[in-house]
Design a protein around this ligand. Structure first.
Ligand code: RB5
Length: 151
């Protein structure tokens, strides 16, 4: 799968680990920075990863900051992005199956690399169920975006 990945300084080290892991697993990874551990601003990477997903350059996005929170707050401001912090494997696949989450956010200061790898695998292998109730709920979420986000 084509995956866009980004982090600020708070997620820089884990980004490197996940990037290498994904490439070893055969994924095509687009590294959108940061490219150094110097202090940086998570919204810049949330924007870049989100744009890669909405433009079709990547099918899914992964954002890493210190907690995952700032990255998810920022990414959810972008049209068509459904981002969430998932620090457990259940949320990582159910978020895709039920809610069509397309950006996974992780906090390097919260979880270790081995759990992060498992979470990433569950996120990438999950698919939206397409079940009527989930489609209905998603349409309501999209209506909120349409009504309140002025592009
Ligand atoms: C950076 O210090 C930190 O605030 C950021 O990585 C992230 O945790 C924000 O949610």
């Amino acid at each position: 799968m084509k995956v866009a990945i980004g982090s600020d300084h708070g997620g820089f080290s884990l980004k490197g680990i996940i990037l290498k892991f994904l490439m070893e697993k055969g994924h095509e990874v687009l590294d959108l920075g940061a490219h150094s551990p110097e202090p940086s601003d998570y919204p810049d990477f949330a924007r870049a990863v989100s744009e890669a997903v909405t433009s079709g350059k990547a099918e899914r996005g992964i954002l890493i900051c210190g907690s995952g929170v700032g990255a998810s707050v920022a990414a959810n401001k972008m049209p068509e992005i459904r981002a969430a912090v998932c620090h457990d494997t259940f949320s990582a696949h159910q978020g895709v199956e039920d809610d069509e989450m397309n950006v996974l956010c992780l906090g390097e200061r919260i979880i270790g690399p081995e759990l992060a790898k498992e979470i990433v695998l569950r996120f990438l292998s999950a698919r939206f169920s397409g079940e009527e109730r989930h489609v209905r709920r998603l349409e309501k979420v999209k209506a909120m975006e349409k009504d309140y986000m002025k592009c």
